[in-house]
Design a protein around this ligand. Structure first.
Ligand SMILES: NC(=O)c1ccc[n+]([C@@H]2O[C@H](COP(=O)([O-])OP(=O)(O)OC[C@H]3O[C@@H](n4cnc5c(N)ncnc54)[C@H](OP(=O)(O)O)[C@@H]3O)[C@@H](O)[C@H]2O)c1
Length: 246
């Protein structure tokens, strides 16, 4: 998984990049020389984050995109088409975790629907909208942010390393992200486009209530997957130390 394409000249879109891991992915790709469209649903926060990175000399621009809003997703695709005519890298980073800690038997179905709307349907909507642009790239890369909590192997049974986490909506939505990753990877097997899921590990962001390692460390695996060369894998889920079990 180490061989990488040169980010210079690549056009990348990172969703939910106004803060947290997404911001670090945007920064890392731009530091390598990519032109990064910093996706955010909140224009003020998105513009501020993009301006802060641009002030460091990086090629970063704000792009408005709410992944749960079909018009917003369509407008983002039209804007990229108009400006660049293609997209090389799509990082589906935007995600939410809104479980309230109730056991599955008492979980709020509304919160579960909200979670799937963003974490699953939003990811599918983004891939569908951006695929025509990614097909125009000579090395299209899609990275979907997942987590070890989406792994059935790591969460099943009392002895599993992540069985302490009982987030019905979040964990199962990320299991679905893994399946979505495999489905798109399979459809695109005879194209240059690679589709993989990234596990950043626990990172200190708003989503994790500040627990974990610096988000820049979690961003690294997503950046690596975004820059895979032609011999790199597709349809996998990877963390720092290699493949994550399904
Ligand atoms: N932090 C961890 O420990 C950890 C571990 C494993 C996986 N992950 C995954 O990594 C990704 C980033 O998480 P994070 O920890 O960096 O979270 P975060 O700091 O809470 O950032 C989440 C980002 O997603 C955006 N977002 C949420 N809903 C959106 C929507 N409908 N449209 C567009 N953007 C939207 C947020 O925008 P607003 O600012 O407007 O809310 C924010 O920019 C998520 O997919 C998460 O599941 C995180």
């Amino acid at each position: 998984m180490n061989a990488t394409t040169d980010p210079a000249g690549r056009i990348a879109l990172v969703t939910g990049a106004n803060k947290g891991i997404g911001r670090e992915i945007a920064k890392g790709l731009a530091e390598g020389g990519a032109t990064v469209l910093l996706g955010a649903r909140n224009a003020e926060a998105g513009r501020a984050a993009a301006e802060e990175l641009a002030a460091k000399g990086l090629s970063v621009e704000f792009l408005a995109v709410d992944i749960t809003d079909a018009d917003s997703v369509g407008n983002a695709a039209s804007e990229i088409e108009k400006r660049f005519g293609r997209l090389d890298i799509l990082v589906n980073n935007a995600g939410i975790s809104v479980d309230k800690g109730a056991p599955p038997s008492q979980a709020d179905l509304g919160l579960m629907r909200d979670t799937y709307e963003t974490n699953v349907f939003g990811v599918v909507a983004m891939i569908q909208a951006m695929l025509p642009l990614l097909r125009k790239s000579d090395a299209g890369r899609i990275v979907n942010m997942s987590t070890g909590l989406g792994s059935l192997t790591l969460t099943r049974g009392a002895d599993a390393p992540l069985s302490f986490s009982r987030l019905l909506a979040y964990n199962s939505s990320k299991t679905a992200v893994n399946a979505v990753t495999v489905q798109f990877a399979n459809e695109l097997l005879d194209t240059p486009i690679k589709v993989n899921a990234a596990n950043p590990g626990l990172c200190a962001t708003d989503l994790s209530n500040g627990n974990g390692r610096p988000p820049s460390e979690g961003a690294a695996v997503a950046i690596e997957l975004a820059l895979l060369d032609a011999d790199g894998p597709t349809g996998g889920h990877y963390g720092d130390t290699g493949p994550v079990p399904w």
